[in-house]
Design a protein around this ligand. Structure first.
Ligand SMILES: *Cc1c(COP(=O)(O)O)cnc(C)c1O
Length: 388
């Protein structure tokens, strides 16, 4: 491989798409005195709810906070068991732990990385909640997961951190359970620096979440007739989104159509460029009723370990192509969970394979013309190099 020629491009895995519009939005807030619970977060919530087609949206300080709030507001607590896929961001499982409940890790499908409905169906004992995670943006089989949830009387909380605008049967992720939780971390589909939001069609549940993200106050600032006077009727956190974040988020929402079109086009170009690479499997952008949000393109290496992922990643790096891994371990095999619950390798074979043998390739709106083709040929050269 010719590194000198390859170094002609530098393509990070992800990059926040910010320009003068975000800077102006931030300065608009910083020029005033309302920095929290003001008009920007209220407007952001209604604009985001409209985007997803949900009746209500509650902004939060992160997706992790939103996931925690969803379970907490639903009364999930000690003694409850909550199904979580073994392959996800650790935040999904941590939200269960925050509530003192027990995560029940379910293995995932080899073709999509989504919670395997058959494995979920086989879980014994009662589940109080199920947390489908739309892996890299492709929605889970919500018909089958919904049927299992109904059998248990369990609530469904979707982790939509990478699934903004992904659809199941024409309906958007975030409207397919009691609640959906989204992330606005810098390299997600859009950013508020840090931030998250919870969507729901249930007005009472949305209100329960709203109270618990702000100390459990009985009334918001806007609802107070006497300034500074309130009662506290429940336990609550401080998980609010600030006004700068909300103003940046509104600007990003206005650009989101363009971001999403670029992702879809980049995904299609990169998938086409990789079509001849028999050594890898590209995770699909559609399956049955599911349509992906194209967070990234996941290249899956053979299960027999015949290709060394580290070697592929390092030759991509020297070609200037940034990659990521989703995620570096099956969650139950992270030290915290292993030590707490005594889990052993081999219990979640598909999740463990994906943790070891997939590479996430960039398709974000930061790609320049020709980048997708460049990444495709860099992958071809990297694979050829591992064959010696
Ligand atoms: C990024 C991510 C989270 C955490 O989001 P934060 O906003 O950083 O808290 C949770 N779940 C998944 C699937 C993610 O990708």
């Amino acid at each position: 491989m010719n590194d000198a020629a390859a170094a002609l491009r530098t393509i990070p895995f992800g990059r926040p798409m910010l320009d003068a519009a975000e800077r102006e939005a931030a300065l608009r807030v910083l020029s005033g005195t309302t920095l929290v619970h003001g008009p920007e977060s209220a407007a952001f919530e209604s604009e985001f709810a409209a985007r997803v087609g949900a009746a209500h949206a509650v902004s939060a300080s992160s997706c992790t906070a939103a996931l925690h709030l969803a379970l907490f507001a639903a009364g999930i607590g000690p003694g409850d068991r909550v199904a979580v896929p073994a392959m996800t961001h650790v935040a999904t499982a941590h939200a269960v732990e925050f509530c003192g409940a027990e995560p029940v890790f379910v293995d995932v499908e080899p073709d999509t990385g989504n919670m395997d409905p058959a494995a979920l169906d086989a879980v014994g004992g009662r589940l109080a909640a199920i947390m489908p995670v739309h892996y890299l943006g492709l929605p889970c089989d919500m018909d089958r997961i919904g049927a299992v949830a109904a059998r248990h009387g369990a609530i469904v909380v979707e982790d939509c951190a990478l699934a903004l605008d992904g659809t199941w049967d024409g309906r958007k992720a975030g409207t397919l359970g009691l609640a959906g939780c989204f992330s606005f971390y810098p390299i997600k589909h859009m950013t508020t620096l840090e931030g998250g939001v919870l969507t729901t069609d249930d007005a009472a549940f949305g209100e329960a979440v709203r109270r618990r993200k702000a100390f459990g106050y009985d009334r918001s600032h806007a609802e107070r007739t006497k300034p500074g006077i309130y009662d506290v009727t429940m336990l609550g956190y401080n998980y609010r989104m600030n006004e700068v974040a909300a103003a940046v988020g509104r600007t990003q929402l206005a650009k989101l159509d363009g971001f999403q079109a670029a992702r879809a086009a980049n995904f299609a170009r990169l998938a086409a460029a990789l079509a001849g690479e028999d050594a890898i499997t590209v995770m699909p952008a559609t399956k049955g009723k599911a349509r992906s949000s194209h967070y990234c393109l996941n290249a899956v290496l053979p299960r027999d370990g015949s290709i060394d992922r580290d070697l592929v990643v390092s030759s991509l790096k020297s070609a200037g192509v940034g990659t990521s891994v989703h995620y570096p371990s099956a969650v139950p095999l992270f030290t915290y969970y292993r030590d707490k619950y005594g889990y052993r390798p081999g219990q979640w074979p598909v999740a463990e394979w994906l943790a070891a043998q997939t590479i996430s390739l960039p398709v974000g709106p930061h790609l320049q013309p020709g980048d997708a083709e460049y990444i495709g040929s860099a992958v071809g050269r990297a694979l050829a190099a591992t064959r010696g």
